[in-house]
Design a protein around this ligand. Structure first.
Ligand SMILES: [Zn+2]
Length: 459
């Protein structure tokens, strides 16, 4: 069945294609293939093509302002020439969350939509947008990890198993430019993982390693060590790149223990108020205002800046709300809760789905019955009372069937992706974090007892 994806107000399409230098050598992503796909799509959907905008030899990591054709298209958006932008896949558009939001703001302002012809994104629901955010975040994360530049320059060296940086993790040494196991020190690495799993404390593990082996590992290196994929043989995103010292199970267990430790390494948000405009006082309903102050260090110099949100009526004694919200704490709470909410949501659908019988009543059959009933009444074969009574019961049946239908169609949120999301989030710049929350959340209401109500953005 062909689904009409546009309403009649959408007529003029801009077709955007992009290929990076490295991709030019690969199959399937060629500019011609992209252009052909887009032209066909426009034709099938009765769209008028405004123009082809084609950036060649340009990486998605580059700031969008460095893409000449992209900028020409943005100008046409501003001039009101475009209703919808088509591209093949999201990665042709952006791999960078903050660029995405900046351009989205321009498109929103000019009521321009976008559509990926070969992928399905629902940007009209909060869940759909959350999924999109996560997808973008992961695309960025991936491109950060194996950045195209590094891949391009070093790909051959890495493929041959050559060590790029001079240093190797504890337990490895370099021989003929390759990483090999240094048996004696590998035992220290193994002992570190084992001890950590036993005691679940990095401090205690460090003490143990020092007494047993005379090796000092500070807290930062310890964390780095316990999460370093070299130990399972993976480096530069390539599996079996070097010999493994730790088996995968041990490594995964360690990772999950580290994660539940609850200690978070948030990147500092310095002076950016990342929740501006989103915070409301639960007592009087007013918007909350921000204030910050810098802790003074012992020597009198400025220390870390702390950001707070508080009710704007507080100082005028018009509101009893005394609670002040620390931004850093709120941020940590939200990230954690976004994930636990998603898990709760999954459990909820699971329970709902389990309670729905496999063979739910067919809505079209019920609708046919309603039609029939109406015919009977209109032909004077049944009195109005009977018609009313039966109509109401059929209507209730129909509503229930529709609801069941909806439950069956609800989808689970991918928890693995959410874990990647947390990592990605921590690597964002304060400005991108602000953009992220601004698009994801509608508002955060804070109550006297310190509890929050968080509302997600609807369409
Ligand atoms: Zn208030």
């Amino acid at each position: 069945m062909k689904v009409k994806r546009f309403d009649d107000s959408i007529r003029r399409a801009a077709l955007y294609s992009r290929v990076s230098t490295e991709e030019q050598a690969q199959h399937g992503v060629s500019l011609d293939a992209q252009k052909e796909r887009l032209s066909r799509y426009a034709e099938e959907n009765d769209l008028t093509v405004v123009d082809h905008y084609t950036d060649e030899g340009i990486s998605a990591r580059k700031k969008y302002t460095a893409r000449p054709e992209f900028m020409r298209m943005i100008q046409d958006v501003r001039d009101g020439k475009i209703d919808v932008v088509l591209f093949v896949k999201l990665d042709r558009w952006f791999r960078n969350v903050s660029d995405y939001y900046e351009v989205q703001a321009i498109l929103d302002k000019h009521k321009v939509q976008w559509l990926a012809t070969d992928e399905d994104y629902d940007t009209t629901s909060a869940n759909g947008r959350l999924a999109l955010n996560i997808k973008l975040a992961i695309a960025q994360d991936e491109s950060d990890r194996t950045s195209e530049r590094i891949k391009f320059v070093f790909s051959n060296m890495v493929k041959d198993g050559h060590v790029i940086s001079g240093s190797t993790p504890l337990g490895y040494k370099i021989e003929n430019k390759r990483a090999v196991i240094d048996e004696q020190r590998a035992n220290i690495a193994r002992a570190t993982f084992d001890k950590y799993i036993d005691c679940r404390s990095m401090k205690e593990t460090a003490r143990y390693i020092f007494t047993e082996y005379g090796v000092t590992i500070d807290a930062k290196s310890m964390k780095h060590m316990l999460t370093n994929k070299w130990y399972i043989g993976e480096a530069y995103g390539i599996e079996n790149w070097c010999p493994a010292i730790i088996d995968k199970k041990t490594f995964e267990l360690t990772a999950s223990l580290l994660e539940t430790r609850g200690q978070r390494t948030m990147t500092r948000t310095s002076n950016v108020y990342i929740f501006t405009g989103l915070m409301f006082c639960g007592e009087c309903g007013r918007r909350m205002s921000t204030y910050s102050y810098a802790n003074k260090k012992k020597d009198g110099t400025k220390g870390k800046t702390i950001i707070y949100y508080r009710c704007s009526a507080r100082s005028m004694l018009q509101c009893e709300m005394q609670k002040q919200i620390n931004q850093q704490k709120l941020e940590a709470w939200l990230v954690e809760n976004l994930i636990s909410e998603a898990k709760k949501y999954n459990i909820e659908i699971k329970m709902k789905k389990a309670s729905v019988p496999k063979r739910a009543p067919d809505t079209s059959k019920i609708m046919a019955k309603i039609e029939k009933l109406k015919d009977l009444y209109l032909s004077d074969l049944i009195p109005k009372e009977i018609y009313e009574r039966d109509y109401l019961s059929l209507k209730a049946e129909l509503d229930e069937a529709k609801q069941r239908q909806e439950i069956r169609e609800q989808e689970f949120i991918n928890i693995k992706e959410l874990k990647d999301f947390e990592q990605m989030y921590n690597s964002l710049t304060p400005e991108s974090k602000k953009a992220f929350w601004g698009r994801t959340l509608k508002k955060i209401v804070v109550y006297k007892d310190g509890s929050f109500d968080v509302t997600f953005n609807e369409a």
